[in-house]
Design a binder for this molecule. Structure first.
Ligand code: ARG
Length: 401
């Protein structure tokens, strides 16, 4: 009986070649392609997969699941890897793995395969996610072990087997796109001193070419989920995010250029575009600061954010700690309700207003007018007690030793 494998398939050269390569090694290949909001037409995927030798091809629309179950928990944690990267590519891998495990069980396959290389993060994310869901499933990574040394060799193999590959002028970049953003690597970006050429950017306009007038938008949150933009409600969360990508892209916001530490130890130069995600991060953080007490807010923006980003980046989406941190942020969700006014202007995202029925802001305490309710005499005793350690220190420092 042929061994059956579910292959994460994009339709590009690598994964098309993998279909045949696995077939030659006695596997019956079923391809799996998820629509996670990449702006690509997936309608010809089944035909392509079968022409490459697949026995069947699954294409699934996961945009809403991706938005609700992957992007939102990450937003709630305000997780940014190394303080900058909103984890766009890192988030789609566990979801794709989850679905591949589902189909592996359903279609009696005992292996899944992916097209990631041996020096990236994605191999780790695929494999750890699959094993966390079913440790008995074997994970194959042909690119890590096959004989091809270059793209040309792969193209030659594809020709030999009549695998349909578009031989267009190859873009120098490696691009991974989903609803939450675009990751761009390779080509001229490999020199960290070189400014990313404009053609590296896929969904954002150059800030210097963006409109001269600022654009204001109001994001409404309910139960920690963005539900409306400028009063217009969206049934589908993924459509709201797509709209923010379009708006933000027009104003040149959401570009990130960084040298990042991969899990395997390499430093790599990465360029990202995540206009929608980064607008939501700014808005969410601001609303959260209005509705959470000081200790909780500080804990979230320092400890939770940092750890959550590290876990997701390192492929530990299905770990207990990540799930426990989800419970932490979920606990706060009912209070994260309100509106945030955001100003987009030539590449910048600025929050300029916020309001919430759960606001902890009390004007009577904050004001410097006659409306002031704060007991100023308390300040004297407060500093006396709070400042005692400084007095003790000051006394010793003042001594001539
Ligand atoms: N460095 C990013 C990450 O590890 C993006 C990798 C996505 N792949 C790509 N071909 N651009 O999450």
């Amino acid at each position: 009986m042929a061994k059956r494998v579910i292959l994460a398939y994009s339709g590009g050269l690598d994964t098309s070649v993998i279909v045949r390569w696995l077939t030659e090694r006695g596997y019956e290949v079923i391809t799996y392609t998820a629509d996670v909001g990449q702006s690509e037409d997936l309608s010809d995927i089944p035909e392509k997969a079968k022409a490459s030798g697949a026995v069947d091809a699954i294409v699934e629309d996961l945009k809403e699941t991706f938005a609700r179950e992957y992007c939102m928990p990450t937003l709630r944690a305000l997780a940014l890897y190394e303080g900058k990267y909103p984890l766009t590519a890192s988030l789609s891998r566990p979801l794709i793995s989850e679905r591949m495990v589902y189909y592996a069980k359903k279609l009696s396959a005992n292996a899944v395969a992916h097209g990631s290389t041996g020096k990236g993060n994605d191999q780790v994310r695929f494999e750890l996610s699959v094993w966390a869901l079913d440790p008995d499933i074997e994970v194959l990574a042909p690119v890590r072990e096959w004989e091809f040394k270059s793209r040309e060799e792969e193209i030659e193999y594809a020709k030999k087997w009549n695998i349909p590959v578009k031989v267009t002028k190859e873009k120098p970049y490696s691009i991974d796109e989903n609803l939450w953003g675009v990751s761009i690597e390779c080509g001229p970006l490999e020199d960290p001193w070189t400014e990313p050429p404009e053609d590296a950017y896929q969904i954002t306009c150059a800030p210097e070419k963006s409109p001269e007038e600022p654009f204001y938008l109001t994001v409404t949150f309910e139960n920690a989920i963005p539900v409306a933009i400028n009063g217009k409600r969206y049934e589908k969360l993924w459509e709201l995010i797509r709209e923010l990508n379009t708006l933000g892209g027009k104003y040149g916001v959401g570009r990130v250029d960084m040298v990042e530490n991969r899990l395997v130890g390499i430093k790599s130069r990465e360029v990202y575009e995540a206009p929608g995600a980064l607008i939501l991060y700014e808005a969410y953080r601001d609303l959260l600061s209005l509705v959470t007490d000081r200790e909780t807010f500080h804990y979230l923006i320092s400890h939770v954010s940092h750890k959550y980003a590290e876990l997701v980046y390192n492929g530990l989406w299905f770990s207990q700690l990540k799930e426990a941190l989800d419970k932490f942020t979920e606990h706060l969700s009912p209070h994260v309700k309100g509106e945030v006014k955001v100003k987009l202007y030539k590449g910048s995202i600025k929050v300029v207003g916020r309001t919430s029925p759960y606001s902890l802001y009390d004007e009577h305490f904050a004001t410097y007018t006659t409306q002031d309710k704060f007991d100023h005499t308390a300040g004297k005793y407060f500093t006396k007690v709070y400042g005692l350690p400084m007095k003790l220190l000051g006394r010793v420092r003042g001594k001539k030793l």
